[in-house]
Design a protein around this ligand. Structure first.
Ligand code: SF4
Ligand code: SF4
Length: 375
């Protein structure tokens, strides 16, 4: 992290970065304040960044607050993730007219530039790449969106109350998979960003900005601030063999306990940056002359998600939560070679019942008699 050629840009330089990316034809996506949350959306200029805003998170809780500085990346994950741009929530696949001919809808995505991608979310983009972009039948829509993606990552120095990326090995620092990486610093020596280059495209964009070489002391302080953030995570995933725990806990009484709190609302799967399931819907207009097929996100918490002829395989909330957790943290390894969880904490903050994935794993371990069950 932070090699010798690290440079420094100021706040005006960050705004210029947005302009330069737009000038190169990128659709720049970044954080901004809307509807009492920090959301990800198209950035027309750096002025829309959430300067001076922080967030407070806890199970079932997310609140914005004003900071006493003008930091723009001092907020943990909001309700939206970058997934919505790489794997849209709804996408029209084909249209059928009166002649009953199915016409595929042309899918020509923009070239995206993501500004402000934290370690957890960088890992989630990599996971989605393996899930949707890999294998024998890659998802063409995802692949087209991912192909020219420019990523400006952010080393996190402000973890939130529901964050646990350090215990998932995905943050708070970023180490690969970006074009440029920023570390934001505020304080006595001013508001600035240390910038590292991660690709030739990143070097080309950085060359258009006004920057100066970073001093060794600045690099050392920034490194310390990022590593200190690992010790300020609000949560941690218990350090144990979770795959084995879940494999051996299929009949645990704890699933019933979770089900007594879980509303099966599917919020956790909608906000999760790695949940990828979809279903298709066919719709017609009132005349019956025009029909469309849409792809939309689906959730393993939906009643008809596991519908087979004759009924749903998972009829109880207990079985649906167990499916979600055992896939996310267990069988995901078998399918895709890693955990499906990056420790962003979104599912904890946005669960209306405050159900906490780290606490539920800890409780399962405790009931299984694991001495390391301290989430
Ligand atoms: S765990 Fe929480 S967010 Fe997920 S379905 Fe249950 S109530 Fe909804
Ligand atoms: S399971 Fe929860 S903490 Fe893990 S990646 Fe998904 S939303 Fe984030």
């Amino acid at each position: 992290m932070m090699p010798d050629d690290t440079v420094v840009i100021d706040r005006a330089g960050l705004d210029h970065l947005v302009d330069v990316l737009r000038g190169h034809g990128y659709r720049v996506i970044g954080p901004q304040v809307r509807d009492s949350a920090i959301v990800l959306d198209v950035l027309d200029s750096g002025a829309a960044l959430p300067a001076g805003w922080g967030v407070e998170t806890a199970p079932g809780r997310y609140r914005l607050h004003r900071r006493d500085d003008e930091a723009v990346f001092a907020h943990s994950a909001g309700p939206g993730s970058w997934k919505q741009f790489l794997h849209p929530p709804r996408r029209k696949m084909l249209e059928i007219g009166p002649d009953l001919e199915a016409v595929p809808v042309e899918d020509v995505p923009p070239r995206f530039a993501f500004l402000g991608v934290r370690g957890c979310d960088l890992a989630s983009i990599e996971i989605l790449g393996r899930v949707l972009g890999g294998g024998t039948y890659p998802d063409a829509s995802f692949a087209a969106r991912r192909k020219d993606l420019f990523i400006v990552a952010v080393n996190c120095t402000e973890p939130g109350g529901v964050c646990f990326c350090a215990s998932m090995g995905t943050g708070p620092g970023v180490s690969a998979g970006y074009d440029l990486a920023l570390t934001e610093r505020t304080g006595a020596d001013g508001h600035h960003f240390l910038v590292e280059v991660g690709s030739p495209d990143g070097a080309r964009i950085l060359a258009e900005l006004t920057s100066r070489p970073a001093e060794q002391a600045e690099v050392t302080r920034a490194r310390t601030e990022v590593s200190d953030a690992a010790g300020r995570m609000g949560r941690q995933m218990p350090e144990l063999d979770i795959r084995a725990l879940l494999r051996d806990s299929l009949e645990s009484p704890h699933w019933q306990d979770v089900a007594s709190r879980c509303l099966t609302c599917a919020n956790c799967t909608m906000v999760c940056p790695t949940c990828f399931c979809t279903t298709t819907e066919d719709v017609t207009d009132l005349t019956g002359d025009h029909a469309e097929r849409w792809l939309r996100w689906a959730s393993c918490f939906e009643g008809d998600f596991s519908y087979l002829h004759g009924g749903s395989v998972r009829q109880s909330g207990e079985s649906r939560y167990r499916q979600w957790l055992t896939h996310k943290l267990g069988t995901w390894h078998d399918q895709f070679g890693s955990s499906g969880c990056v420790g962003c904490g979104r599912c904890i903050a946005w669960c209306p019942a405050g159900i906490d994935i780290t606490a539920e794993v800890g409780k399962l371990a405790e009931l299984a008699g694991d001495p390391d069950a301290d989430g």
